[in-house]
Design a binder for this molecule. Sequence first.
Ligand code: SF4
Ligand code: SF4
Length: 410
Amino acid sequence: MTQNSLGESAVQKAVQSQQVNNGVLASATQTQPLWLLAEITYRCPLHCAFCYNPTDYDKHTQNELSTEQWIQTLRDARRLGAIQLGISGGEPLLRDDIEDIVIEAKKLGYYSNLITSGVGLTEKRIQAFKEGGLDHIQLSMHDITEEINNFITNTKTFELKKKVAAMIKNHGYPMVLNVVIHRYNIGHMKEILEMAEALGADYIELANTQYYGWSLVNRSQLMPTKEQVEEAERIANAHRANTNSKMKIFFVVPDYFAERPKKCMNGWGEVFMIVTANGDVLPCHSARVLPNMKFPNVKDSDLGWTWKDSPAFNQYRGDAWMKEPCRSCSEKANDLGGCRCQSFLLTGDAEAADPVCTKSPHRHLIDQAIEDAKNPQLQAQPIVFRNDKNSKKIIEGEFQERLTEFHALP
Ligand code: SF4
Ligand code: SF4
């Protein structure tokens, strides 16, 4: 699962595609799960240092939903108004039933998007996806150099990704690239854009790392400086302005360097529904990090009840849960207090204002993280790559200092 593939642009696309789709529902409202993300497996052949998957994903690799359970979930979500389907992971292509899921998605009228590292995409499979009605493929790329690609993913996948990009183009799909930006590749922004042009990309999402899951564990190693982020954005803007290219560039500004938080997932339980590999239904990818929450599972809960009435989906819907400074803030409708998971991960309080906000009493934690990213001693700590062994270690309680040092002192 690449980062930021569910950004605001995706919401806009979901709403647009609802307008052109032969949808079940005639109009978008604020409380329909327009976007269904199927995190179909947590298994992945890559080991990205910034992976968005939960650090304890190894718990969920043995009890994946069956094909029938996924198909039923697609049907149930469609009845609730879902129109945009993301098929993600892990690496979804590790499952051999994606073709069946694509066919069902087409029948139900979804706009479907396969979010892939490219590993496992063969001529035979892409042909089947095309015939089955898959609308869109988003491919993750990592750098222009083989060295950084192979380092950050801990695999030798550089040449393969270029071949897969060509295959996607040859089959008439729009070429949509996602590049997660971090300290190791941020200096290559111009070259990354040139590479995307050379590959014939129609769209490139430059997704600055957001710090959840594995990327939070590796934050000091991955975070660039503010100056580097500003320079990267300048290069992206200049490329947009100065070339005749039709390639659309979406630069996702990292929230640590902003003064206000993002409206996370466009609001808790507003438009996004995520079903994880084992069937848990979440309002955002990271929600299971929150304490004292029980998320319904498609195996034993009705999806309509889950979305509309379950305590988990209502816990942070709207703004009634807020405490100060958000409660009386004139800007609360803009960001709904930011991200609950980020608040909990960094302050230990899920109802605190997102510490990214300069009005938050915890903003110093973000400023400290920015400082820490310049500390050579912290930078030199080894990266904890996303793999089964490290996930097992985390489940068993290792790397505690990396997982708890983010909390604010009482
Ligand atoms: S390891 Fe990399 S490719 Fe695999 S799910 Fe994580 S970010 Fe995606
Ligand atoms: S105080 Fe809360 S609601 Fe106001 S801008 Fe900051 S995070 Fe948003």
